[in-house]
Structures are given as C-alpha cells and as structure tokens.
Design a protein around this ligand. Structure first.
Ligand code: GRA
Ligand code: FAD
Length: 662
C-alpha cells in the first residue's frame, strides 16, 4: 500500500485515488518534513494525541463564540500541561509547533506568541544573566509572554514608535510611558487577556536623547491574581476577520517603573550611570521579526496545504456533470479547469515548504554567527525573508481562495473551514511587515546590488545575486526546468535594472532620494517579486534534484513541471521580452499535459502532508471522504437546530405574520 491513509470504510472514490498514487506517502512525508525521523515523530505525536480524549474539540469549532474558543483552547492547554513531556521532546521547536497545530489549530491561543516571538526574543536579545532569570521560567510556562511592538498609530515605521522608556540614573529605573492614544500598543497576539509578561518595544530615552526602538522585559499582570499591575492598561482589541481564538490586545503605560536590568541587553546596554552602548549592527533589535519571517514560507505553505487537502479530497468525491461516459457523472477533479485551479498551488505549497527549510536554517545559523559577533549575514537574510514573506503570503491567499471556489457552494460553508484558513493566512500579508513595505526592503538590496555591478564590484554581490551581472543568453526551452529558471533570471534581471535605472534617472533629474524612490516604487516591488519567485523556483528544482528515491523524484519532477510552466505563463508580460509568443503557446500545451500527468497522484500528494482531521477541522476535507453524511451531521449540530422554533420567531416573526393576517 503506497498511500498510507487507505482505510476500510472510506469513500471508495477516495480509496480509488489513493490506490492510483505511484509513490509511498510516508516517504514523501519524510521529504516534506525534512527527515524520516521527524516525519515519524509527527505521526507518533498525532497518534498519542488521539489517545487523549480530553484533547479533542468539545464541539465543532465553527459553532463556538469567541469566548468559547478562548476557553476551549485554555482547557486544552491545561490538559496538555499534564502530558507535555510524554508527547514531545520539549527542546525540539518543530515537535512543539506540530503539537500546537494538532491540538489547538490555527485560530490562536494563549501561547501563540510565547513560543514564536517571546522566547525567541529572550534567546536573541537577552544577555546571559537575563536568560538565566527568565528563559527557564518561560520555557517551563510558569509565565506567559507576548511581543508588544505595534502601536495604534504606527506598525510599519518603527522609528516613529511613541512609547517611551526613559532612563533615570538617580533611581536606576526606566519609566515606561504612553504619551498619546496613538502610542497604545495595539495588535500584539495573546496580549489582551492571556499574557502576564511581554517583550515591549519602546523608544529608549536617556537625558533627552532618543535612541530608538529597544526591547524591554515587562511584567504586565500580578502572578497571583492575574490582575493588571498598577500603571498598566491592558485589554482585548475585539473581533477580527479571523484568528478569533486569539486575544490580540492593547496596552498602555502610565509612568510605569522598570528596573534597569529589564532592558534586554545582549546587544545594546545602558549602564547604571546612563552610558549607552550601541549594538554591533543597527537593526539587531529587529531579529525577532526576522525569526518569524524566516518561518513564514513554511507556515504559509502549510496553510495553503490545509486548504488544498480539503479541496482536492472533496474534488475527488464530488461528482458533477459528464465527460465521455454518460452513465456516471465525473469527479470534478477530472475537469481541466479544476486541475488548473488546484495543481499549481500544490506545486507552490511544496516549493514554499522547501524554501522554508532553507530560511529556518539560515536564521539558526545567523543566530549563532551573531552570538559570535559576526553580523555580516543580517542584510542578506533580511532581504531574502522580506521578499519571501511577501510573495508566499500573497500567493497563499490566492491559492486558498481558489481552493474555496473549487469546492463550489460547500466551500462557502464553514463546514469546509476554508474561510478561516484564508482569514488566518492572509493576516500574514500584514503582520511581520506589510507586504509592499517588505518588498521595498528587498528592493533596497536589489538596487544596491545593481550599483555594485555598475561600479565593477560584482565580486561583492551577495548570495543569489550573481545573475544580475550576467548577460542575456539564448534560451532553449527544450533543455528542461533550468531553461525556465533562465527565463525568470532574464525577466528578473531586466526588471531589477529597469527599476534601478528609473530610480537613478529620477534622482539625476533633480528629485530627492525619497521622492525618486517613491516614484519608482511600483516598478521596484515588481522587481522584488520576480527576484523572489526566481529564488522559489530555483530552490524547488534544487531540492527535487537532490532526491534519490526514484518514485518520489518522478512525481516531484511532474510537480516541478507544473510549477515552471505555470509560473512562466503567469509572468507572461515579462517573459515575452525573452521568449516568443509561439514559445509561450508551447509552454501552455506543456502545462496542460503536465496537469494531466499529475492527476493520478493529486490525492496522494496532499495526503503526504499527513494533516490529521483534528488539525484540519474541516467536515468537507476529512480523510474518510464521507462528505455528505458528515455535512448533514455537522449542520444538525448547529445551535440553531437545537429547537424547532427559535425565540425570535415567537417574539417577532409570528406576531408580525399574525398581524398581517388580520
Ligand atoms: C520597514 C523597516 C524595516 C524600516 O526600518 P527602519 O529602522 O526605519 O529602517 P531604515 O532606516 O529605513 O533602514 C533600512 C535599512 O535597514 C536594514 N534593515 C531593516 N531591517 C533589518 C533587519 N531586520 N535586519 C537587517 N537589516 C535590516 C535594511 O536592509 C536597510 O538597509 P540599507 O539602508 O538599505 O543598507 C522596519 O520599520 C520594519 O521592519 N517594519 C515592519 C514592522 C514589523 O514587521 N512588525 C512586526 C510586529 S510583530 C508581528 O506582526 C507578529 C505577528 C505574528 C503572528 O501573529 O503570528
Ligand atoms: C493578525 C495580526 C497579528 C499581529 N500580531 C502582532 C504582534 O504579535 N505584535 C505586534 O507588535 N504587532 C502585531 N501585529 C501588527 C502588525 O505587525 C502591523 O499591523 C504590521 O506591521 C503593519 O503595520 P501597520 O498596521 O502600521 O500598517 P501601515 O504601515 O499603516 O499600512 C497601511 C498602508 O500603508 C502602506 N505603507 C506604509 N508605509 C509605507 C512605506 N514606507 N512605503 C510604501 N507604503 C507604505 C502599506 O503598504 C499599507 O498599504 C499584528 C497584526 C495582525 C493583522
């Protein structure tokens, strides 16, 4: 049995698909999750969780109010705390994240930011004594922390943050203060009601000099009563588009005193007498953001996969209309339009996850380098992750929305759960740096790279930038995926140079740097997107080439073929400057035949992610494929169906109709 999720009693249409798969889904899971060991651990953790009944949802999540969702996740966290050490290796971040995803899903919970930003901030920014004091407590979950940076008035422009941390040598204390309404911290996840500590980013002020954003470890609530401490105003910012199991919060300080050693001092310091030592790199305080951005390709890939698991399984059991055989309706997955809607996203999801592995490793390496005093890799990783987070969040949003539409009417129902996945995923277009802003950060790096080439310093180009210095060459599209990489290189190079030239010309014409930049910004963001998509394609091909298992490699090459053909067509207007319209026609034909080739493996490709029903929370996407029975059961469980006649009918509708009868 190659697809390990074949079970007796499953919908035969899905079983048929799983039998068709030409590769072993466990082996594919090992490729997806980076190692056989981790793929096995994932399955073991999922299996162990399923044996703890208290970790199951107490009722369908879609029927819960915000309060119920928050209470349910807290209940599960308290159950988890009894089992933590048996379930996972607590020092393994990936195992912990898998456990959270399985048990708590994606709508947020009290520890969402604790693991992803609070602890990483302490790890990267606190000095040894501070880590001694807080890290153990945080890791043991004696305290709950979050990351409070964004304010009501400013999220992007960190230099304009208004919350001040003013140092007074006389008392050796900082005074944290919120001078205006717009200075209220606004948005931080798990801040409103759950966290009792926060890493707060505030403008450091010493003797009237403003040193800009610095991180501080701040206690927000009493550890015994959980009440806010005097001088602190904290609360929930209200319901959001999605993520409503999370208490994103607001936070204000009224002359709140903080001991000197609560500024995180690994990189910058304030001495007792107020002497300030600046960090070895100006942006080192931004590392918690780079950490999360470096994870986003992986996380977003998994969001996209969740939607695709639902849409592809559903498409394999949904029968509507006829092709050749007029005696039986076809699975909608057999329609070319359906495949075109879904398969390129499957390819992107694989590509994002492979990119995610690279950037996570690059961040881990950077952390070590920075600890050893070497900050030279910071700009490269900042540029890479800025572009990547922007492109993957945007494309993930597009892919999930297509997946929803691919499920027809039932996709629109919360039974599919796709709208929640969509809402959560597209939050990523905004958080951790608004996408346009981050594309422009990468653009700075691209422009500088062109300037190096122009001034004969190509040798100093950073990783992935050499193609900017290379001349255009003839492209032979029959030479395999590398030819498509060449198309992307040509297109990205041309756009990067074009945007840079425009920026330079505007400055030469007398515009200031900032105005010239703004007037070139759309072209610059286009350059950043093309560059990033080139990186994604190259990484995908590189990863697939390194695989030795023949059956796995074969299907992944099929997926690469879908990817490269689709991507080149998708940048048609740029590609046309390098390939002819006849060549584009032939790419189109190849795309259609690659969709056809992939078709038998579609279900196995998404099954390979081994996302449990518990995590998926989708009635439509369940592994067993009994869509209609499951859907009816779910609808019957709706709170509206617990009584035949709603009170609102008796109170309003009936009297209204009765009156009309008179
Ligand atoms: C846009 C910038 C980067 C601008 O910063 P700035 O200090 O004003 O910079 P500038 O003077 O314009 O200079 C730019 C320069 O600073 C460099 N730089 C910027 N960031 C980094 C970095 N992380 N590492 C290394 N270098 C960095 C850039 O490369 C530029 O270098 P250059 O001047 O070109 O040589 C910054 O303000 C920023 O990062 N804004 C985005 C804010 C953000 O991401 N907030 C996230 C809040 S937490 C959150 O959302 C959590 C959600 C998680 C969840 O819910 O799961
Ligand atoms: C779900 C969610 C969770 C979050 N969690 C946290 C958290 O845990 N902690 C935390 O501190 N924050 C958090 N945030 C806040 C988030 O990081 C910010 O909202 C984000 O950085 C964007 O900043 P902004 O809101 O100021 O947007 P703005 O910058 O006001 O964006 C508005 C528009 O202005 C444009 N714009 C702004 N500046 C420029 C520029 N220089 N050039 C061109 N265009 C520009 C943007 O592109 C955008 O179109 C969260 C937000 C969300 C949605």
């Amino acid at each position: 049995m190659l697809n390990k999720s074949i079970m007796d009693g499953d919908n035969p249409d899905l079983t048929e698909e799983r039998m068709k798969g030409a590769f072993d889904t466990d082996k594919m899971a090992a490729v997806i999750y980076g190692s056989e060991k981790f793929a096995i651990r994932r399955r073991e953790i999922t299996e162990s969780i399923s044996r703890i009944p208290q970790l199951a949802d107490s009722k369908p999540f879609s029927f819960m109010t915000r309060e119920e969702k928050i209470s349910e996740s807290c209940r599960k966290l308290s159950v988890l705390s009894e089992h933590w050490n048996q379930l996972i290796d607590t020092n393994n971040e990936e195992e912990a994240l898998h456990l959270y995803r399985e048990v708590l899903g994606l709508e947020g919970h009290a520890f969402s930011l604790h693991e992803t930003m609070f602890i990483p901030s302490l790890v990267a920014q606190a000095n040894d004594e501070q880590q001694e004091k807080w890290l153990g407590r945080a890791k043991r979950r004696e305290i709950i922390g979050c990351y409070a940076q964004t304010e009501m008035g400013h999220g992007t422009n960190l230099r304009a943050l208004e919350t001040t941390a003013t140092y007074y040598p006389s008392t050796q204390e900082f005074i944290l203060h919120t001078p205006t309404e717009t200075a209220l911290k606004w948005w931080p996840g798990a801040l409103g009601k759950s966290s009792n500590y926060a890493v707060v980013v505030a403008d450091l002020v010493i003797r009237d000099t403003h040193y800009g954003a610095h991180p501080f470890m701040v206690q927000l609530r009493d550890e015994k009563t959980h009440n806010p401490l005097p001088g602190i105003t904290v609360g929930d910012i209200g319901p959001k588009m999605a993520f409503n199991g999370a208490d994103n919060g607001f936070l204000g300080f009224n002359q709140y005193k903080l001991p000197r050693d609560h500024m995180l001092m690994r990189h910058s310091r304030v001495e007792e007498n107020g002497t300030y030592t600046k960090p070895p790199h100006a942006k080192i305080g931004y590392s918690s953001m780079v950490k999360v951005r470096s994870r986003m390709a992986m996380d977003q890939g998994l969001f996209m996969v969740s939607a695709l698991v639902i849409a592809v399984r559903y498409s394999a059991v949904r029968r509507q209309g006829f092709l050749d055989d007029k005696s039986r309706e076809v699975k909608v997955l057999d329609y070319q339009t359906q495949q075109h809607r879904l398969f390129p996203s499957i390819a992107r999801a694989y590509a994002f996850i492979f990119c995610g592995f690279e950037t996570i490793q690059l961040y881990d390496q950077l952390l070590i380098d920075v600890k050893n005093g070497d900050t030279s890799g910071m700009s490269d990783l900042h540029a890479l992750t800025s572009g990547l987070k922007s492109v993957v969040t945007h494309q993930t949003g597009e892919g999930i929305e297509q997946a929803r539409m691919a499920c027809g009417g039932h996709g629109y129902s919360m039974a599919s759960y796709i709208s929640e996945i969509y809402g959560v995923a597209i939050g990523g277009c905004t958080y951790e740096g608004e996408n346009m802003v981050m594309l422009l950060q990468l653009a700075r790096y691209l422009v500088k790279s062109v300037e190096l080439v122009k001034t004969g310093k190509s040798k100093e180009l950073g990783p992935m930038m050499n193609y900017l210095a290379e001349p255009d060459t003839q492209i032979d599209l029959t030479s395999g995926p590398e030819a498509y990489v060449k198309v992307f290189q040509h297109a990205a190079r041309r756009q990067v140079w074009k945007a840079t030239d425009k920026f330079h010309q505007l400055m030469e014409s007398g515009q200031s740097r900032d105005i010239a930049w703004n007037n070139s910004a759309v072209e610059l963001t286009r350059a950043s997107r093309l560059h990033t998509r080139l990186y994604i394609m190259e990484t995908f091909i590189r990863r697939v080439s390194s695989i030795s298992d023949v059956s796995i490699k074969k299907v992944l090459i099929d997926l690469v073929n879908v990817h490269v053909n689709y991507e080149v067509l998708d940048i048609g207007t740029y590609a046309l400057e390098h390939v002819s319209s006849t060549q584009l026609d032939s790419i189109r034909s190849q795309l259609y035949s690659s969709l056809d080739t992939l078709r038998p493996n579609a279900v196995s490709l998404i099954d390979s992610f081994q996302i449990s029903d518990m995590q998926l929370r989708s009635v439509l996407g369940r592994r067993d494929g009994h869509v209609y029975t499951n859907l009816f059961e779910w609808a019957k469980a709706s709170p509206l169906n617990q009584t035949h006649v709603l009170p609102s009918v008796n109170q309003y509708l009936k009297p209204m109709m009765d009156k009309a009868k008179l």
